[in-house]
Design a protein around this ligand. Sequence first.
Ligand code: F6R
Length: 248
Amino acid sequence: LPVAIFANSEAASREVARRIAEVITENDNIDRNTVIGLATGATPVLLYQELVRLYREEGVSFKNVITFNLDEYYPMQPNSKQSYVTFMKEHLFNHIDIDWNNVHIPDGTLEEEQVAEYCLEYERKISLHGGIDIQILGIGRTGHIGFNEPGSAPNSGTRLVTLADLTRSDASEDFGGKENVPTKAITMGIGTVFKAKEIILMAWSHKKASIIKKAVECEISTHVPATFLQLSDKVQFVLDKGAASELT
Ligand code: F6R
């Protein structure tokens, strides 16, 4: 797997932002929209900061950008402090010229019986826009991408999933206690991610070193869903030194 190792997450995030801006510019030049798949969490914060800087200082415009977020907790109100809608507004959307109609984040407010149809529609919308040009991923300590926890199938689509215990522990600080972390989420599937034309998985710090080693070097298995990325020739791992420290 192509792995790029940077001195620190700042330099790595700048490089990923530069690549996103390049794809936007290429598509702008041929009058095409750019479809970007986005992640939340700690990992992409510096990437979004750099995209905001590119918008403010370098004239990069997001007017023709369409976004699809990977996931949202379920249930979740969009105006809640912990929602991924709030996260995306705070870190990116409030600071750039994106059209809110072009933003898609899974809806955590649906009745459970509406979710399956909604998820199919999410997939259809991605296809209608021509598919994802560039997909940004983080990785959880369970090996999840999006919220595709161990047990997820490589051809899985957008769906309602149950969060792993470790994933809920890792989110407990944000929610003021693990008991407040939702037990479920709506997530794009591994199959959905695989359809993207280009996939960039980012990981920072030694805390991610052991899961990155598994994802990049260990046998492909649903026990570590990120290992499925080894099957794609469109994936790049962008790491800082800490996250890369256990690679052989
Ligand atoms: C978030 C997502 C998750 C995170 C992962 C890592 O949209 O899809 O897979 O990327 O849980 O989270 P952080 O970046 O907080 O370590």
